[in-house]
Design a protein. Sequence first.
Length: 590
Amino acid sequence: MIQLSDQIKQFSPDVLFKDYRVSSITAYNRLEPRPRTENFSESLKAAVHDGLWFLTRQWQMGEFESEDAGSAIDARLITKQLHIDRMALQQNLAKIYSDEIPMEAQVEREQVPFSLALKIQVSQYFLSLHSPVLKSAYFAVYLTKYPLTEDKNPDFTNQESSKQLLKSTIKRSINGELLLADVFDGSFSSKVGISATDQPTIDNIINDLKSWYQRVYTQPETDIEKAWNGQKLSYGFTTAAPKADGTHLVLESPEYYNGNLDWYNFDVNLNQRELNVDQPDYEPNLTTESAISFIPTATTFKGMPNQRFWEMEDRTINFGTLNAKTTDQLLLLFAEFGLVYGNDWFVIPYRMKTNTLCEIDGFVVKDVFGDRTLIQAADAGLDQQWQRWSMFNLSNKDHIGSYNRQFFLPSTLANSLQSAPLEQVNFIRDEMANMVWGIEEVIPDGTGIGISGHDAANKDNVLPDPLPQSNTLINYKLGNTVPENWIPFLPVQLPGSNQDIHFQRASMPKLGSPPIDTVKAKGVILTEQVAPYFINEEEIPYSGTVISRAWQRTRWYNGKTYNWIGRYRQTGRGEGSSNLAFDQIVDAKK
């Protein structure tokens, strides 16, 4: 042992720690109350009888290293507000808009197509308003004037549910589409031949039918009031707020497609100064300014460190499980703000009306020492200052990096209910065929729901006629075909450009001897645009895109319920191949 100690002394301390590490045991002490009786009230108090020990613990924890910073007790601000009161869908004329209806419903709504189920629903509600005597007197006339016939529904091919619904209701219901057309143009009574005695009762029934139909289904007044742009596969509209100088602050939403409208969907158009409405007697709500005083409230959030020693921590948030990687700077900053600077944040409650743009002109905070501090915007520094930071600002259109400081609170939905898709089209790129396919995965059914477009596609004349028997070894194949729910879009050069292209809707011929027709799409998305129908190339990336139509339902803050058909867009599932080929030499045996 003596010789070993002499040898160890010859080495430096660094060598000793590196080569001759001495094992050690690290232990931690925890202060916790230990009850000596069955009554836990004394232990839960965590009482400390040694004041000097308490002071030393505070010194160890750094509680005496305080800052000369006072808490905020008063906040005063001056705001300037503009109020959105007009809207224009695409290139249509602007109209007065109020928050009686959600902005999503105003933009997305479209004409509700009269499926067989809707015709029967209107018919049954109309007949339920009749008394038994009145119904027996006119029901036979209704069946004659407004019949339900199968030739009015040519899309029933391969739709057995629609055929069964028609057969079960054809003798008990009338055509609600034809009925409503005569009701709204005022020719119902004369066409049916209502007697003068029954006319007052029929007028009440007609008014009830109109109010019911307009209350249940939210749709535009005319077909031209559409915000959907088939070339961009998105909605486009413009809103504006009048200013005191007679100009307007114009906000544009050129590409809205995700179904959730919010402030980030809008850009300020500095080039357009006015958005006029055709109402000379309309008086707009001009700019308003107000000075308000508040008492700041400390911010609280789940997992926030408690200030009191004996208060139980919330176990729903466990900051110990934060697994930050070397590149997770944002996660580390978030944890530091929550744990270290959580008590430095204050909330000032400020109520705003919907469809309002608010800008803070002045913001002064008073602390407990009586000092007043002028708070400026975080991006109020110089352009080259890297600490500049902003959020919730509206970008200026065609001005990169330029924006204003007005916060926009649109009258949009907090939540809504959405049905299964009535129609769904999957746009995919087929690089082998150098084209795009619009695949109708879901098409509208006569029963008012969406059915599989693959199952409903007509299978007749899909395969070419078989070749006669011969002893040849090879055959020449002019071309094959694709299922009828695959609608082609061919690349076409843009006018005046040799490189840029867009996609034009085309059609596939139906196979037969000879070809008798071309394949037509069955849904609304691919048929509502008149020929020629073009789609911008950038709207269909290599990942594809999916467009869906579905029912939307929500209850607005005025208590009313709104139902409308809207569209939303999602990322596709990648490229695909139709196996379309022409001019092939195939093995005759196969």
